[in-house]
Design a binder for this molecule. Structure first.
Ligand code: NCD
Length: 377
């Protein structure tokens, strides 16, 4: 008997119409030859710009059906990975795909969750985290560097200090003969679409038994002016009915007019305040963010009395019993570590949800959703 080492594949040849899933299947040599012949004649299908999901750059393009599908794919992968057999089936989903992680701005969670999401799906990864190790120091243009990455891999996942860089890379891809998808893993203080997707997944999971995200009051607190996570999340929230937002920020770090204009356009009510204590009792979720001190030009952040935009035991006491506290992390002093013990603290689960949501995004980009075996419920 021959082990072709193939799992989770569906064959079209009538005699072979079956899904090979789970443990390695062994075949009689005559059958194995027929399968091997079929496989060799099968062309690898690569995603194109007309695929349901290609570049992930701007959260505004996401509609509710895709968000729901990504959330259920994330759950599917998460549950499947709980068993040895399920984890192996996930690893067999994309073993021929390669990803480039181009992270020239510091990152812990986004880098690790993407890297591990790739590995969970059997993908191989290359990385550049320090621009001084890339030919950009020899004067190679950003465009030429991106085009070079695309020569070797099937997806580029990138984080840059500058805004708009991922969009620029995607535009470049759209004009070349072998484009690969570009995923924005954080662009300057502008957008962070996959963080917003994982935030939606966290909200949806948390409110699963309470009517979902529709109708919820969501507070966002901290440096809303320069925080890309809250900006992207505001864009995705247009997909949910009856959501109300409360922005709790020092006046000099209030939410930017472009996001407020978007909310107005989509008739999402928002209220701005500097008084956390007054806002707390009405909230279903409080999304806390840190001061983005890396953007300071003259120590602006130091002028803020952060104690007014932080939570600890006294603030938890004013929050609903079934509300949740989120944070994209890393945290500064704005969440007291004692809050971690409270069942409403959702940020560690949010961090882990990121890996599953990023796996879902990759599954969707490569069109592998139809090849995932059922997960235990
Ligand atoms: C955020 C980021 O980098 O924008 N973190 C993350 O990706 N998990 C938030 C932050 O740095 O404050």
């Amino acid at each position: 008997m021959v082990d072709l080492g193939l799992r989770g594949r569906r064959y079209t040849t009538p005699a072979l119409q079956r899904t090979i899933s789970g443990t390695p299947r062994r075949f009689h040599p005559s059958e194995a030859t027929a399968i091997a012949t079929e496989l060799l004649s099968e062309t690898l299908v690569l995603p194109t710009q007309t695929s349901p999901l290609f570049h992930v750059i701007d959260p505004r393009v996401f509609e509710r059906p895709l968000l729901d599908e990504l959330c259920s794919l994330a759950t599917h992968a998460r549950l499947l990975a709980k068993s040895e057999m399920g984890a192996r089936a996930l690893r067999d989903l994309l073993p021929t795909r390669r990803a480039m992680l181009y992270f020239t701005q510091p990152s812990t969670r986004t880098f690790l969750s993407f890297n591990n999401a790739c590995h969970i799906l059997g993908m191989r990864t290359s990385e550049i985290r320090d621009p001084s190790t890339s030919s950009e120091v020899k004067g190679e243009s950003f465009e030429d560097s991106i085009r070079t990455f695309s020569s070797y891999v099937d997806v580029i996942i990138m984080r840059t200090k500058e805004s708009g860089r991922a969009a620029q890379a995607a535009d470049l891809m759209n004009g070349i003969p072998r484009p690969v998808p570009v995923i924005n893993a954080g662009s300057g203080s502008d957008q962070h679409p996959t963080q917003a997707l994982l935030d939606i997944y966290t909200l949806q999971r948390s409110f699963e038994e309470h009517g979902g995200i529709d109708g919820k009051v969501i507070g966002m607190m901290g440096d809303l002016k320069r925080g890309r996570t809250v900006r992207s999340l505001c864009y995705l929230l247009k997909n949910y009915q009856g959501v109300r937002l409360v922005f709790i920020a020092p006046e000099q770090f209030a939410m930017q007019p472009d996001v407020k204009a978007h909310l107005d356009e989509h008739r999402i009510p928002y209220h701005e305040t500097t008084k956390l204590d007054e806002a707390l009792p009405a909230l279903d979720a409080l999304y806390v963010t840190r001061m983005q001190t890396e953007w300071d030009t003259a120590g602006e952040s130091r002028a803020v009395d952060l104690s007014r935009f932080s939570i600890g035991a006294p603030q938890l006491a004013r929050l609903k019993r079934d509300a949740i506290v989120m944070h994209p992390l890393p945290r500064g002093p704005e969440i007291d570590p004692s809050v971690d013990q409270d069942p409403r603290a959702m940020y560690w689960r949010q961090e882990r949800n990121g890996m599953w949501m990023r796996a879902a995004v990759l599954i969707k980009i490569f069109g592998a959703e139809g090849r995932i075996p059922d997960a235990p419920r």
